[in-house]
Ligand binder design. Structure first.
Ligand SMILES: Cc1cc2nc3c(=O)[nH]c(=O)nc-3n(C[C@H](O)[C@H](O)[C@H](O)COP(=O)(O)OP(=O)(O)OC[C@H]3O[C@@H](n4cnc5c(N)ncnc54)[C@H](O)[C@@H]3O)c2cc1C
Length: 289
């Protein structure tokens, strides 16, 4: 099948505002293809590679700052294609589309735990592995703690590699250095945990993370670094620091508004005595990166 007929006849495709697909509610127009199965995703990815069509992978859009001017690369939305969860004793294999809260909730019903704190993280397994999602600084817990292996498309074929292959560290995996790698599923070995205890941990976590401003559009922590300077309240356009490390979109914020706020935060943190470089956690999508 040609690339055109694949998009016209097989894979669900539409042109849409990416703001409809990101937690920050920011992002211009793009062509978005949503494969409905793993096979369809592989067919599309292979076809893109053969035809030199650049693509970007969209999970739940909860860590993305997308250019308000839009993106010309094809966006491959993974939300439908890899939704299975298989449990075999303490071994769990979850598809890339599975939401992290869904996974945390699912495994506790099998008396497994360890990722209750991820119940508050609205990403997918794919995005979580890509970002090595985890708990705030000081807690030292990340999704990769229980990871055994990852199945991914390597630009040519499907490959499975053990955890060590991906150099996980603070909000980093080597997927971030390989644009064409696409996570299909991840296998974990979770510790046994009493269902009631896990449920309580989830409730405690949700109480801690719930606040009014957190319910406004945002994409989690802006920077990887612990506690940046207090910038709460600083605002450009409709983008505003709701705390030292979180920017909310109070209305019609643009990607430029957010980038300007980030720039101010970086400069302010650099020029103070003993200042330091803030490393960006957001994944920023623009046509030139
Ligand atoms: C309210 C809120 C709370 C949050 N709390 C936390 C927290 O406590 N801890 C934390 O670590 N993060 C947190 N985040 C950030 C975010 O949820 C995580 O980084 C999450 O793992 C991103 O997953 P996603 O599916 O949304 O990825 P997206 O935002 O869609 O994508 C992020 C990156 O991953 C890539 N990607 C996604 N899926 C795949 C795939 N299948 N294969 C290859 N690449 C892929 C994308 O191309 C992109 O570069 C929070 C965000 C919000 C909005």
């Amino acid at each position: 099948m040609t690339y055109e007929s694949l998009l016209d006849e097989k894979v669900e495709t539409k042109v849409d505002q990416l703001s409809n697909h990101t937690w920050l509610r920011i992002g211009g127009t793009a062509e978005i293809a949503t494969p409905k199965s793993k096979e369809e995703a592989i067919e599309l990815l292979s076809c893109c590679k053969e035809n030199n069509i650049p693509y970007r992978i969209l999970g739940a859009g909860s860590n993305l700052l997308v250019d308000t001017n839009g993106i010309t690369d094809l966006i491959i939305d993974m939300k439908k294609c890899c939704q299975s969860i298989e449990v075999d004793g303490t071994s769990v294999t979850a598809g890339a589309s599975v939401k992290l809260p869904q996974l945390a909730n699912y495994i506790i019903r099998h008396d497994l735990g360890g990722i209750e704190y991820l119940y508050s993280v609205p990403g997918t397994v794919g995005g979580g592995v890509f970002m090595n999602a985890g708990r705030g600084m000081g807690h030292n817990s990340t999704l990769s703690d229980y990871l055994v292996s990852v199945e991914f498309f390597n630009g040519k074929e499907i490959e499975t590699q053990p955890r060590e292959y991906f150099d996980f560290s603070n909000r980093y995996s080597s997927f971030q250095d390989h644009n064409d790698w696409v996570i299909l599923s991840a296998t974990f070995e979770f510790p046994e945990e009493n269902e009631e205890d896990s449920t309580q941990k989830i409730k405690d976590r949700m109480l801690k993370t719930k606040s009014r401003e957190r319910s406004l559009p945002n994409a989690g922590s802006v920077f990887k670094t612990g506690q940046p300077l207090p910038l709460k309240g600083l605002q450009i356009g409709d983008a505003k620091f709701s705390d030292n490390n979180r920017i909310i979109n109070t209305g019609d914020a643009t990607s430029k508004d957010v980038e300007r706020l980030m720039k101010i935060a970086k400069i302010a943190n650099k020029i103070i005595p003993g200042g330091r470089d803030l490393k960006t956690e957001y994944q920023i999508w623009k046509d030139d990166n």
